[in-house]
Design a binder for this molecule. Structure first.
Ligand SMILES: [Zn+2]
Length: 466
């Protein structure tokens, strides 16, 4: 019999079709898949000698899904881009030159660090939206950490930008990546354009066609602020979503990053075509993009829209913490746009798990704890103060945002976090490498990062003793 693992006696938030919570239930994992749910006694009898994780008194949930998470560029310069500049400056004066300065080793380390942080927050799937120069290095880093991921690479054909190329070359690179990282793997490829107004109509059409031929999802950015609306008004006189609909590129394979600024017709078009949205509330608030007044994500979800959560990048959203993003999604929906029924904690947790997985085309694979799905599981430490005393689980998971109580995490049945620490990589070594690579990257990009406060050292005269 193959090696089995039992997660014993937890209170299991299944996120199955009826959203049942199964108290004091054991999950049997065999060959990376969820093989059975039952009592500890019957599953010990069925799988003698199985390894065990004691989850008594703990809350066990499906792994969280982060459907829009940049793994390169920002992670090595996290908390560095100032928050007193606008979003366009943050992207073009900071993020773009930093990306241009990346070496393959930077990409691999960035991705590893992002995955490690995500896993310790209970995030088991991340979808990289493709601002990546060295995708195989990223895939190596993600695999080393042990997270499930979709990885893309730079896709734009606007002259003068880093890694820009003609349509055929962009598509050729992406086809090669799909061959190198088959989409069915734990870390697999998908099709990625930067999007916004930074692709020709030919490139949008070619990317959508490639995703269809490869049977995978495709993503690009659209309308986090009103800048894309202005750009498309100049480009074609149409709203961005209307323009894309007329190109024939919308549909269930497309995951639009953001979709914050949408008019009524655009919202209806996304619903009609089954196009998914990955919403990244933390980024819009950090960058000041008008989310609170413009967001229609609650309406979109209520009308049957396919919605996922994302955490964007390490200077916009700043941490791959899907529970915090769920808190923000639900919270903003309760304080905006009169007339739209606000989202509940239960709605937001579904977006963080089941519907997020469906948006990424992974609905049959992960997103709930059901027999036959891959075993991506999170064990929250039910003895932590955040869970004391226990209340309604949906309310506690979202409004309590208990990411800090993640104790154990399995991805594809493999324990990758135990007792709050990642087991797959050498964190002290990564820390040391990160400090060196951060400094070198800023030097190469020609950026002298300012600090919000004067920084002095106790080791030099005039230090903190003054
Ligand atoms: Zn993004």
């Amino acid at each position: 019999m193959s090696a089995a693992l039992l997660v014993v006696d937890g209170d299991v938030v299944t996120m199955g079709p009826d959203r049942a919570v199964l108290e004091r239930t054991t999950v049997a994992v065999v060959d990376g898949a969820i093989a059975a749910l039952g009592t500890a006694a019957e599953l010990r009898a069925a799988y003698p000698g199985a390894e065990e994780i004691d989850a008594a008194g703990c809350v066990v949930t499906p792994g969280l899904v982060d459907a829009h998470q940049h793994t390169t560029g920002d992670p090595l310069i996290r908390s560095t881009i100032p928050d007193d500049i606008d979003a366009q400056q943050a992207i073009f004066d900071w993020a773009v030159p930093i990306h241009a300065g990346h070496e393959p080793g930077d990409d691999e380390l960035s991705a590893t660090l992002t995955a490690v942080e995500a896993l310790t927050n209970g995030v088991t799937t991340i979808a990289e939206p493709g601002t990546v120069a060295h995708p195989l290095s990223v895939a190596r880093g993600l695999s080393a950490a042990g997270i499930r991921a979709r990885v893309g690479m730079w896709g734009w054909d606007t002259p003068g930008l880093p890694w820009s190329a003609p349509v055929a070359e962009v598509v050729g690179r992406q086809e090669q990546l799909l061959a190198d990282l088959p989409p069915g793997g734990v870390v697999g490829a998908w099709v990625t354009l930067v999007g916004h107004d930074l692709a020709s109509d030919e490139l949008f059409a070619a990317a959508a066609d490639l995703a269809e031929r490869a049977g995978t999802q495709v993503t690009w950015h659209l309308s986090p602020s009103d800048a894309d609306g202005l750009a498309y008004a100049a480009r074609s006189g149409k709203r961005p979503v209307t323009h894309l609909a007329d190109l024939g590129v919308l549909g269930p394979r497309l995951v639009l990053g953001h979709g914050v600024h949408l008019d009524d017709d655009e919202l209806a078009t996304l619903l009609d075509t089954g196009t998914a949205i990955a919403v990244c509330p933390g980024a819009y608030l950090r960058l000041g993009q008008g989310y609170v007044t413009a967001s229609r994500h609650a309406e979109f979800l209520r009308a049957g829209g396919r919605l996922a959560l994302g955490c964007d990048s390490h200077n916009a959203g700043d941490t791959p913490d899907v529970l915090r993003a769920a808190w923000l999604l639900a919270g903003v929906s309760r304080d905006t746009r009169a007339g739209a029924p606000p989202l509940t904690a239960a709605d937001a947790f579904a977006v963080a798990t089941r519907t997020g997985a469906e948006a990424l085309g992974l609905g049959d694979v992960v997103g709930s704890i059901e027999v036959g799905k891959r075993a991506d599981l999170v064990v929250f430490d039910g003895t932590a103060p955040a869970w004391t005393p226990r209340g309604d689980l949906a309310l506690q998971l979202v409004w309590g945002a208990p990411s800090g109580t993640v104790r154990d995490v399995l991805v594809d049945g493999r324990p990758v976090v135990r007792d709050g620490s990642v087991t797959t990589v050498d964190l002290p070594a990564l820390r040391e490498e990160a400090a060196g690579r951060r400094a070198a990257l800023l030097r190469r990009a020609g950026i002298d990062a300012p600090t919000s406060w004067p920084v002095r050292s106790a080791l030099v005269p005039g230090g903190p003793r003054t």
